[in-house]
Write a protein that binds this ligand. Structure first.
Ligand SMILES: [Zn+2]
Length: 198
């Protein structure tokens, strides 16, 4: 699964969903105290298992190994991962059509309801408003809008982050990628239709 992190990053780059140094992915195995996360500032097209930062989950914090630099969105990943009831992957990228649809004024949750192939497999949460990248607030609101339940499960699989990107959660990196792909596809369709939001 660590190999999949780099593979998903490369696929996202090919899709134009990130520029070279954007995007981040984390992975936590079932019950593990280790949080794997992509490094900060590294070219995401050349991520391989040996580049992934191995953080430790202790009490109510996450520890980054000395001399290593974890993703700037570590807080967001930690919030979503800390009470994960089973193996969980979190993917944050800047999926073009999703960001464009939000910019045009679409509410992604409402939009997805109209497309059965999306709501059959992917639960879309409320849009996260425009907030500074890597801020605690962005992480906090993203966590809230994903709908964390007391048992650590989530009400939604994906939320859009206005003027920024998307955060998707699944049992492995490729399944999280598929949530992004599905939502990006309907956003592309809606944008091409020329229909404007109410
Ligand atoms: Zn970002």
């Amino acid at each position: 699964m660590l190999t999949a992190i780099g593979d998903v990053m490369r696929k996202c780059y090919e899709r134009g969903w990130i520029t070279t140094r954007d995007g981040n992915i984390s992975l936590r195995r079932n019950g593990s105290k280790t949080l794997y996360i992509t490094p900060s500032g590294w070219r995401k097209t050349i991520i391989h298992p040996e580049h992934i930062v191995k953080c430790k989950l202790v009490d109510d914090a996450v520890l980054v190994p000395n001399g290593q630099s974890a993703s700037g969105e570590l807080h967001m990943h930690w919030l979503i991962q800390r009470s994960a009831p089973k193996t969980r992957a979190v993917v944050h990228v800047h999926a073009t059509h999703i960001v464009a649809a939000m910019f045009a004024g679409w509410d992604l949750q409402e939009l997805a309801r109209q497309f059965p192939e999306v709501n059959r497999y992917t639960r879309v949460g409320p849009n996260v408003p425009t907030l500074p990248a890597t801020s605690r607030e962005l992480g906090d609101v993203t966590g809230v809008n994903l709908g964390c339940l007391p048992d650590g499960s989530l009400q939604y699989d994906i939320v859009g982050q206005a003027n920024h990107g998307v955060c998707a959660v699944a049992g492995d990196p490729w399944s999280a990628f598929e949530h992004v792909e599905r939502l990006d596809h309907i956003c592309e369709i809606v944008l091409k239709s020329g229909v404007k939001p109410n």
